[in-house]
Write a protein of this length. Structure first.
Length: 272
């Protein structure tokens, strides 16, 4: 059995299928770890969501910001973007089943020394603590108060973690760190405006994974989200968003031996 971690798909279904063929993926034998942002902006979000759902236990996916955005839009929340490709899902006959499945996905997944999260972890969090914090969000998202949670989920404040945070502010910081963060200060204050390469950090900020003394550094963080960062394979980091949506590559890393597999963006998938 092999486990393959795959970067942001974002509805690039044809590229995804090409990559699965390249690794000779067999759902009866292998597993996929998907770093989130299954959907949106690519042309075949509905097919991607259905396919991953139908893989059952052969696929583990964590929630990304675009996946949460879909849940917001489905509840009439959030400002729609010009590049959205969500209408196929929202108008599908199995819409409710797909959204329910998405609401039941994890925000953070830990297994065998790996910790998968869409964006990153704040420097003061251990992987064990992050998993416990993710469970707080997951319980709310899958529970009877999910509409109230979605109504209060989005926003960039507070920008930093405090153990004394409670209520919606507490949950919002967890969501933002795990699905939106790129840069933060050494003290863990997040900055959400800058989306460029790692060397584009504003004064006083660093890429989240480069903060000295990061407490999750004893596990391998498997992430996506940051296409401008690109593929990055380090001893304690597998950053896998290699920009398929933008005409570059879709990447998979086999966790057992870190072998890398890539396909070029399929014709018609790129938003360029």
């Amino acid at each position: 059995m092999a486990t393959y971690a795959i970067g942001d798909i974002q509805g690039c279904f044809d590229s995804f299928q090409r990559l699965l063929a390249k690794i000779d993926f067999d759902p009866a034998r292998d597993r996929l770890w998907l770093v989130g942002d299954l959907i949106n902006r690519g042309p075949r979000s509905l097919e991607t969501l259905r396919f991953v759902r139908d893989l059952g236990d052969a696929a583990v996916t964590v929630l990304g910001n675009h996946d949460l955005y879909l849940l917001m839009v489905a509840e009439g929340r959030g400002r729609r973007g010009k590049g959205d490709t969500l209408e196929g899902i929202l108008g599908a006959p199995d819409r409710d089943e797909l959204l329910q499945w998405l609401r039941e996905r994890a925000l953070c997944h830990r297994e065998n020394g790996f910790c998968m999260v869409h964006a990153g972890l704040l420097p003061q969090w251990t992987a064990t603590q992050a998993r416990a914090l993710a469970a707080e969000v997951e319980t709310m998202l899958a529970g009877p108060r999910y509409r109230e949670f979605i109504a209060n989920m989005w926003g960039s404040e507070p920008a930093a973690w405090d153990d004394d945070l409670q209520g919606w502010s507490r949950l919002r910081v967890i969501v933002n760190a795990m699905t939106r963060m790129r840069f933060c200060s050494p003290a863990g204050a997040m900055e959400f405006q800058t989306k460029g390469e790692a060397n584009a950090a504003p004064p006083g900020y660093l890429p989240w994974f480069a903060v000295p003394g990061r407490r999750s550094a004893d596990e391998v963080l498997v992430t996506g989200h940051w296409s401008a960062l690109g593929l990055r394979i380090e001893p304690n980091l597998l950053a896998l968003d290699s920009g398929c949506l933008w005409g570059r590559h879709l990447s998979a890393v086999r966790l057992q031996d870190r072998a890398l597999f890539q396909v070029d963006c399929a014709p018609g998938d790129a938003r360029i």
